[in-house]
Design a protein around this ligand. Structure first.
Ligand code: NAI
Length: 306
């Protein structure tokens, strides 16, 4: 299989490394900056013999070289600067993502698209709209990352192994995300048994602010290691047809009482893309939070198209 990554920036290039070194697929890195994706690809190729894999990695500025990709990942666009919200990136990234989606689908009409560019849910919607693909073939990465952040903060608080913590974050990728604290466990034990309500609330707040915390520390750009890991997990579940149940930004048609909006929900990911969407039983508070989250995505979809 072949995976094209549009945008060979920090997330895109790190993702290329993960995909090749996990031996998942050949990788095409595409960027508008001339020479840069070619240079990165050569650098990754020179590591091949050391990392012991045999995947092809190429860099290009031309969409013709991405033909017949199984998966197209869109990471092209601008990241946040300190003080910016993801929504501040709306107009500028909308233009970039629509152009990327249009060019990529022309050469890979059967591809599955994974969007990473922010504001995530809106960019995923625009990609679905632009490609005209069935909804199961277009999705956004956010929930896997937000959940990993929540799990990290729980593990740090309790002093347990991060792999033993399981949690899911639904909703939009932003301040209105919906971390499901009551479903979070340490090897099956609910965290509500292990931590008091105020501590859990602090961990939820840190999760909501997880991206901004890193932007503030780094000044230039945002997180990219964990985002690349989260995206590569989704790529893996699709390419290996693992049917993992992950929080994924998907286009909803009635699920959770929501329509014509993209938002993070639990999805089974396999070779067809989103195989199905799981409708969890949410309490009133969680339902309201998901609704608020969806309303804000809807408003931004409108704004992006004005
Ligand atoms: P970056 O600035 O390192 O890379 C972006 C790349 O896109 C640059 O190399 C740039 O030349 C390229 N680019 C710009 N316009 C293009 C076009 N028209 N066609 C092809 N390439 C183009 O940024 P970084 O850190 O890699 O972040 C990329 C995006 O991913 C940002 O929007 C960021 O906010 C988002 N992001 C989303 C996450 C999520 O959870 N969904 C997590 C982390 C980042």
């Amino acid at each position: 299989p072949r995976v094209t990554i549009v945008g060979a920036g920090r997330v895109g290039s790190t993702l290329a490394q993960r995909i090749a070194e996990k031996n998942l697929a050949d990788v095409v890195l595409l960027d508008i900056v001339e020479g840069m994706p070619q240079g990165l690809a050569l650098d990754l190729l020179e590591a091949r013999g050391l990392e012991l894999h045999n995947r092809q990695i190429s860099g290009t500025n031309n969409y013709a070289d991405t033909a017949n990709s199984t998966i197209v990942v869109i990471t092209a666009g601008f990241p946040r600067k300190p003080g910016m919200s993801r929504d501040d990136l709306l107009k500028i990234n909308a233009k970039i993502v629509v152009e990327a989606a249009k060019n990529a689908i022309a050469h890979s009409p059967h591809a599955i698209f994974i969007v990473v560019t922010n504001p995530l849910d809106v960019m995923t919607y625009l990609t679905w709209q632009t490609t005209g693909l069935p909804r199961n073939q277009v999705m956004g990465m956010a929930g896997v990352l937000d959940s990993a952040r929540f799990e990290t903060f729980i593990a740090l608080e309790l002093g347990v192994l991060p792999a033993d913590v399981k949690a899911m974050v639904l909703g939009s990728h932003g301040d209105l995300m919906v971390p499901l604290a009551r479903y979070a466990t340490v090897n099956g034990i609910p965290i509500t048994e292990l931590l008091d309500a105020a501590t859990i609330e602090n961990l939820v707040a840190r999760t909501r602010n997880g991206g901004a915390e890193i932007v503030e520390l780094m000044h230039t750009g945002g997180a990219f290691f964990a985002p690349a890991s989260a995206t590569s997990l989704m790529v893996e579940s699709i390419l290996l047809n693992q049917s993992r149940l992950l929080p994924v930004a998907a286009y909803l048609q009635g699920e959770y009482g929501l329509n014509e909006v993209v938002i993070g929900v639990p999805c089974r990911l396999g070779c067809g893309g989103v195989e199905n969407i799981l409708e969890l039983t949410l309490n009133d508070e969680e339902k309201a939070a998901l609704q608020t989250s969806a309303n804000s995505v809807r408003q931004n979809i409108q704004r992006a198209q004005e």
